[in-house]
Design a protein around this ligand. Sequence first.
Ligand code: PMP
Length: 392
Amino acid sequence: MASLTVPAPPCLKRPLHVPHRHMFGPGPSNTPDRILQAGAKPVIGHMHPETFEIMNDIKSGIQYMFQTQNKVTFAVSGTGHTAMECAIFNAVEPGESVLSTVNGIWGERAADVFERIGATVNTIVAPPGGFFSLDEIEQALSKYRPALLFVTHGESSTGVLHPLDGLGPLCHKYDCLLLVDSVAAMGGAPLHMDKQGKIDILYTGSQKVLNVPPGSAPISFSERACQKIFNRKTKPVSFFLDLSWLANYWGCDDKPARVYHHTGPVTAFYSLREGLAMLAEEGLENSWKRHESVAEYFHAELESMGLKPFVKEKKARLPTVTTIVAPHGYDWKEITTYIMKTHNLEISGGLGPSVGLVLRVGLMGCNSTKANVDLVLTALKDALKHCHKSKV
Ligand code: PMP
């Protein structure tokens, strides 16, 4: 037999090292031990009855978190992007008109995904830090007559919480499905999938307010969305994300048995179940209130030290991810690097259209406490004292 041409890499002889760190960027957030321990339980089969029971618990947890009775509610195996693609690949057919509201990077990303499947993409664009009024959205709906509208609830690149009230009825008036990305806001800001109108497709991620490692993404589809999806003329472009297969694997259809589709990441399911259990124990409304009051405290303290929140309108500030106007005269990268090095704490700069304009601080789930705000403020004060400030 031929000898190996690639030797065992010496780096793998060293033990795995992962530092402890304050994860106060826009995600992932810190993971409590209870969730990590859940994920360390033994691997069992993805088709074993015990796994199905865990998946059923997850479905109920997501229905609670989303405030929905939708039967087709489950967790996609993958991150927030996978859920975004699952929603778009299934709900839109090539050639259909869609509308993406762009007030940061996530509307841009959705437009990119729409384009990849051959949809006719229309956008309306607001400057970073802004959002859309119902009137602006109605004008675009009546102009483009899209089959689906994409809105980002929590724009993590700009720190905007987009108002959702009234959007559902508006979309339905124009016979359009409403797709909402709540990856960065879910669990930390009020949202009622059924009562708000209703939202047709909603997804989030695991690694933000839920404090679960990245890798599973809750998603839910209304009856209206399912009607359209299950009567498509063409197959969705992805087999892995095909809703008819996924709905069956998660026991959301009326078929007598679940059929193998893919090997579900069972340990990711354990952690997700634990994160949902912790949210249910605290209570959704308590979690919303806690994020709101911690964010208010944070914003007031920032202003008292002379820093400005980037989003002017108070009610449009995302309680999970705060954007701060990049301090004048400083290099934002030097600030974030200094804080990581000196305080072992992650905060980040802007993303997409907010690059260079902001610093971003995420305090999500268990990280959303006044004590953590104080840690961030101390680190920021220290950085402003020690980082280079230009005179111009
Ligand atoms: N949407 C929003 C609003 C997000 O903040 C993120 C993650 N930063 C995503 C989608 C994508 O999620 P992921 O990185 O888990 O794929």
